[in-house]
Design a protein around this ligand. Structure first.
Ligand SMILES: *[C@@H]1O[C@H](CO)[C@@H](O)[C@H](O)[C@H]1NC(C)=O
Ligand SMILES: *[C@@H]1O[C@H](CO)[C@@H](O)[C@H](O)[C@H]1NC(C)=O
Ligand SMILES: *[C@@H]1O[C@H](CO)[C@@H](O)[C@H](O)[C@H]1NC(C)=O
Ligand SMILES: *[C@@H]1O[C@H](CO)[C@@H](O)[C@H](O)[C@H]1NC(C)=O
Length: 421
């Protein structure tokens, strides 16, 4: 489709929707333009029409710097990243899907320095990355704003903060991916949108409760102001493109829908993956509906607006989470589940694989790969599998209309231990 065809479609759609017709080529929000101008250039599909994302989650760098085992874990986590990137040379973007650092173990003066060690495999390979922060990335001695600043010392970081409200979290932004032959992004419409959401959690930076002296907890769900920004921005992008743009999302903490799906039952042949964290920990866990978190409530329901948004955004294919290190499955949410006010629309909810030697559990380390192609995106379909540190690939599935009915091989559940930690 040529640019003028796109514009014709855009103008037609705008007329049908009663919107003003577009007289200009695809118009990007200013924020993205300023990023593109800073040097790293936009993300693009390969010339064969594919785009691959490699997701590392729960790396948990910086544990017990005062013991031998903590720094050794980090050395092994770097090796996991190197090994997987060497086996996956086609990865066009690395995603760091939360809990980059175990903040409660870090020192105020150097808490974000672990970023340099973590990103060295990407820097050496000339790859770029994008983060969605997790609950352990916020604590008394570390803040996600400082992590972002540390990331930004490397031009390879694509992490942004697009929602300015100080309480709405930091890693809320989107990245457009263009066709390989796009020469001027101002004139190409994105072929794929990648949305990053900050599910927050953890503790406020350098703040204690005056009465108890305890750290002060942060809400652990995607803020409703972020949900509003997502809906508004997506609508603007769709209006500018004149058509639905396929999209994927990344968030550290899964939503309550993942728990409801887990309760319905994870079938090892239909949702292949490890399912050891039962019940899984979801957004708004430990909070009450009135916004208190004194330990008296198990779940406050504050993730409902986010669940509504992801199930009502046309073209939103899948949401990828971490947080529950012992879960690695993908589930198609396509029905009304018991107790849930939000009904699934077929969106796929996926975990990745615990990637770091830090953090709980000894499930074999790995990284979920997501492969989109311009061909499959016409049907809003992506392929995904997990690349393990052993080099093996497991859990390969196609997130298409029959995902959840199709039969796949069962995923092994191997354990690995750090040899010298
Ligand atoms: C941070 O400082 C602590 C205490 O001096 C030290 O043990 C640790 O190795 C340092 N970490 C980094 C990443 O520099
Ligand atoms: C925060 O960092 C300071 C300075 O390095 C250190 O003394 C303190 O133990 C750390 N506090 C916490 C809660 O980790
Ligand atoms: C959350 O999921 C649980 C478990 O399936 C369900 O009982 C509960 O009603 C759900 N709540 C909301 C607000 O989605
Ligand atoms: C979905 O993908 C699976 C695996 O490739 C395939 O067997 C199935 O037929 C596909 N379903 C549709 C509707 O294309």
């Amino acid at each position: 489709m040529t640019a003028s065809h796109v514009l014709a479609v855009a103008a037609l759609t705008a007329t049908v929707l009663g919107l003003p017709p577009l007289h200009q080529p695809f118009k990007k929000p200013q924020l993205w333009l300023s990023r593109a101008q800073s040097g790293i250039g936009p993300l693009k599909f390969q010339s064969d029409g594919t785009f691959q994302i490699c997701i590392f989650e729960d790396l948990h760098f910086g544990e017990n710097a005062w013991d031998n085992w903590g720094p050794r874990q980090d050395i092994h986590s770097v090796k996991v990243i190197e090994k997987i990137l060497d086996v996956e040379p086609r990865a066009g973007l690395v995603v760091l899907n939360g809990d980059l650092i175990t903040g409660e173990n870090t020192f105020l003066e150097n808490s974000t320095h672990y970023i340099d060690q973590m990103v060295s495999p990407m820097v050496q390979r000339g790859l770029t990355w994008a983060s969605a922060y997790g609950n352990h990335d916020s604590d008394y001695n570390i803040s996600t704003s400082h992590i972002l600043a540390r990331e930004k010392q490397w031009p390879n970081s694509r992490t942004e903060k697009m929602v300015s409200d100080p309480d709405a979290g930091v890693s809320n932004y989107y990245l457009p991916v263009y066709a390989a032959d796009c020469t001027s992004e101002a004139e190409c419409e994105p072929k794929l949108l990648l949305w990053f959401f900050d599910s927050r959690g953890g503790f406020h930076y350098q703040r204690t409760d005056p009465a108890t002296g305890n750290r002060v907890g942060k809400p652990n769900w995607v803020d409703s102001r972020v949900v509003d920004w997502f809906k508004r921005t997506n609508a603007d992008l769709v209006a500018a493109a004149g058509k639905v743009i396929p999209s994927l999302g990344f968030v550290h903490i899964p939503t309550n829908a993942s728990l409801a799906l887990q309760n319905k039952g994870v079938d090892p042949y239909r949702q292949p993956g490890i399912n050891d964290d039962r019940p899984l920990a979801q957004q708004a866990q430990g909070w009450c509906a009135d916004g208190t978190n004194d330990g008296s409530c198990s779940y406050g329901g504050q993730d409902v607006p986010f669940m509504q948004a992801i199930t009502s955004t046309p073209g939103f294919m899948a949401l990828f989470s971490g947080h529950d290190h012992g879960n690695t499955w993908c589930y198609k949410w396509n029905d009304q589940l018991p107790g849930m006010s939000v009904e699934g629309n077929g969106v796929n909810l996926c975990f990745g694989q615990h990637s770091g030697y830090g953090g709980y559990g000894s499930w074999i380390r790995g990284a979920r790969q997501v492969v989109a192609s311009l061909q499959s995106l016409q049907d809003f379909v992506v392929d995904t599998y997990i690349r393990l540190e052993s080099g093996e690939s497991v859990g390969a599935v196609t997130l298409n209309a029959t995902y959840g009915q199709d039969l796949y091989p069962k995923t092994p559940n191997d354990k690995t231990r750090c040899p010298d930690c």
